[in-house]
Structure formats: structure tokens, C-alpha cells
Design a protein around this ligand. Structure first.
Ligand SMILES: Cc1ncc(COP(=O)(O)O)c(C=O)c1O
Length: 391
């Protein structure tokens, strides 16, 4: 039985033409016309005037913090329910993360807890260096409120949109919020360059500085002159060529992943004790991953049992991100709240959501989940297992 992966890379067929062009032009370097064009096309797509293509989303987060002047000893408020890269970058600059729990209605940073923490910081006269809000599993955080709160406390906001290219919040595309935003083109993302990232901002000076730092901070001189510590973070022209081919099908990818979500929803949402990640009223996600919660007492199996049952059928699924405040590496870091993300972690499972998934694949996943459910198990005994239609 062929393996079904969580979110594998999916080439569109447009990439080879751009890659061939890059080879023919001999631009096999971490700069070149494909990089320039990919940055321009991303700006057009996201609706932000400036962008710089980098080697990874993690590199983009690191530069974002440096550009905002975050330094040793500063605090950075960060969503606790995220991938570790969001928080690792805080450590790279010697700052300390403070983890903020998520809102049950969106699974993203809870604006009320953010405001409480910023108010507490203001009372102590210690303004944090930045806030990092994350667009979890392809759904934007509540920027209507988060931007307003950050403005009120005069703390710069970084949007970690690594997972959310193609999503919107109040009609504005992910990546257009805060002082600066980042994307990832890692192999598992909705579009990929195999590995890569991008910084986007409406502040052209900030992006110019990012490009400077990302290319070893070479001062203008005929020899190698350096007055800043630099990094080797620029994206290769070849990878940018892949990115251009992928960008052409981004909207199709969102539509396909939405189809996956809707299929799952129609097939299993009526099973007892299954909930789907809520879709916030303020926006539309890119449906990067479909994520469910399983309440074991009523379902008859817990998240881990369902994950193992899927694995036995050669189907990859994953628990939700383990919150950062529970990670051994961040032991001792402050957290505001935490019970919501802890509950989501205990019960949450990310389902296969790739854009090549066939109805057969979806059917295999759904069939396995249904077979774990107490209600279907007892029905099975009486030999009539209901299968939902999925139009
Ligand atoms: C929320 C989030 N932030 C940052 C990153 C880091 O991106 P990259 O893997 O491109 O370094 C990822 C994913 O990989 C992510 O999911």
C-alpha cells in the first residue's frame, strides 16, 4: 500500500522551464534574475512593496529580530503553539521568549493574554523588543486586535506567516501585517523551493538592510570591508526559479487543500467527539493542514491510538505542535496562560493534507479514523458500518 504523507512537496510542471532558464543564463548563485523576479511576484501576490528571498523561514525570523533591534536580555512575546523555529530565532539574538497561550476560537495567539502581558511589562517599565504572532496551520492570527494592541504599547510586531501563504485576514493577505513578516518555502509548505524563506515589509529600508546582512554585510569598497556581522542567508537563483513555478499554482493549491478539508469535514465531523480547527470569522485560511481534536472518552480511542492506527495503514499523521512552554529547551521561560494549547496538543491530530491527494487517499484516511470510533466498532459487531457520502 502506497504511503500517504502529511504534506509532501508537489511540483506543478512550471518549475522546469524557469530552472532551465536559470541554468542557461548561468546564474547559479545566491542572487540573479530569478531571485529578483520571485521577490517581485511575491510582493504582487501578498500586496506588500518590498521582499527579500532567503535560505529559510528561520533565517528570515532571525533577520527580522535583528532589523527591529532586538538584543541580548530583551523579552520577545511569542505564540506558544507553534513550531520551534519561531522561538529559536529569539534565542539566536540573545533575547528571552515569553510564551502567550492561544485563543480557543482561532488556536492563534490570544489577544487578551497578549494585552495583559504587555500591560504587565508596561507597569514594570520594561518594554519587550518585539511580538511574534504566528499564523497557525495556515490561519491568520487576529490582526485586527493584535496590531492595535502592539500599536498601543508601541512594540513592533513580526508576523510569522511561514504556514499561511495564501490566507487572508479582513480581506488582507497573510504577510501584510506587522512591521515585517516571514514566509517559509520548506518542502512541507503549501508551495516550496525545497528549502527557502522570504522577508516582506512595507518598509523598504528594512528590506534593503536585510539584503545587506544576508549577503555577509559587505560594505561598499573594492576589497572586502565589514563593519557589521553578516550572514550567508540569500536564496539561490535556482531555488527562486522553483519558487516562481510554484507561485503560479498557489491559488490551485489552496483550492485543493480546501477540498481536502471539506471532504474530511463531511466524512467525519458527525462522529462523536471529533472537532475541527475552527475557522475564524475574520479571514480565510489557506487550509495548509486539516487538524482535528479527538475527545477519547466519547470517541473510544485517543489521538495517539488513532495516529498509530493510521500509521499501521501506512498513513502519516502528526500530533499538533507541542507548545513551546512545555519544551525542555525553553524550561524556565515565562508563559502567560497555557492550558488551551496544552489541551489542543493532547487531543489534536494533523491529517494528511497534500495537494496531490486523491479521493482514494482521503477515503483510506477517513476509513481508518472511522474504524477507531467506539460507535462504529459496536456497529461493526452488528455488521452494519455506516459510510458517509462525500460528493
Ligand atoms: C510557524 C513556522 N515558523 C517558522 C518556520 C521555519 O521555516 P523554515 O523551515 O523555512 O526555516 C516554520 C516551518 O518550517 C513554521 O512552521
Amino acid at each position: 500500500m502506497l504511503r500517504i504523507y502529511l504534506s509532501p512537496p508537489h511540483m506543478s510542471g512550471h518549475e522546469e522551464k524557469y530552472v532551465a532558464e536559470a541554468f542557461q543564463s548561468n546564474w547559479i548563485a545566491p542572487r540573479g534574475p530569478m531571485v529578483d523576479a520571485f521577490e517581485r511576484e511575491m510582493c504582487e501576490y501578498v500586496g506588500v512593496p518590498h521582499a527579500t528571498a532567503l535560505m529559510s523561514g528561520t533565517a528570515a525570523l532571525h533577520l527580522a529580530l535583528l532589523l527591529l533591534g532586538v538584543k541580548t536580555g530583551d523579552k520577545v512575546l511569542c505564540a506558544t503553539l507553534t513550531f520551534s523555529a519561531s522561538a529559536n530565532a529569539i534565542m539566536y539574538v540573545g533575547a528571552r521568549p515569553v510564551f502567550i497561550d492561544c485563543d480557543r476560537k482561532t488556536w492563534n495567539m490570544d489577544p487578551n493574554l497578549l494585552e495583559e502581558e504587555l500591560a504587565a511589562c508596561a507597569e514594570k517599565g520594561r518594554k519587550p523588543g518585539a511580538v511574534i504572532a504566528v499564523d497557525l496551520y495556515g490561519q491568520c492570527a487576529d490582526y485586527g486586535r493584535i496590531e492595535e494592541i502592539c500599536r498601543k504599547y508601541e512594540v513592533p510586531l513580526i508576523e510569522d506567516a511561514a504556514e499561511a501563504l495564501g490566507a487572508t485576514c479582513n480581506g488582507i493577505k497573510a504577510g501584510a501585517f506587522g512591521k515585517i513578516a516571514i514566509f517559509s518555502f520548506n518542502g512541507n509548505k503549501i508551495i516550496t523551493t525545497s528549502g527557502g524563506g522570504m522577508l516582506v515589509s512595507s518598509d523598504g529600508e528594512m528590506i534593503r538592510k536585510a539584503r545587506f546582512l544576508a549577503t555577509q554585510a559587505r560594505d561598499p569598497a573594492p576589497h572586502y570591508e565589514h563593519s557589521h556581522i553578516g550572514y550567508n542567508y540569500r536564496m539561490s537563483n535556482i531555488l527562486a526559479a522553483i519558487g516562481r513555478g510554484q507561485l503560479r499554482v498557489l491559488d490551485d493549491r489552496v483550492a485543493t487543500r480546501r477540498r481536502n478539508y471539506e471532504y474530511y469535514k463531511s466524512a467525519i465531523s458527525e462522529l462523536p467527539a471529533i472537532e475541527f480547527m475552527p475557522i475564524a470569522l475574520y479571514g480565510s485560511p489557506n487550509y495548509w493542514l486539516t487538524v482535528i481534536l479527538i475527545t477519547p472518552e466519547e470517541f473510544g480511542a485517543d489521538r495517539e491510538a488513532v495516529r498509530l492506527a493510521l500509521e499501521a495503514e501506512n498513513i502519516e499523521s502528526r500530533p499538533i505542535w507541542k507548545p513551546m512552554h512545555l519544551q525542555p529547551v525553553f524550561r524556565g521561560c515565562r508563559a502567560r496562560g497555557g492550558v488551551v494549547s496544552e489541551d489542543l496538543f493532547t487531543r489534536g491530530l494533523c491529517l494528511p493534507s497534500g495537494s496531490q491527494m486523491t479521493y482514494n487517499d482521503l477515503e483510506r484516511v477517513v476509513g481508518t479514523i472511522i474504524s477507531c470510533c467506539k460507535a462504529t466498532k459496536s456497529l461493526k459487531k452488528s455488521k452494519s458500518v455506516p459510510r458517509r457520502s462525500h460528493g
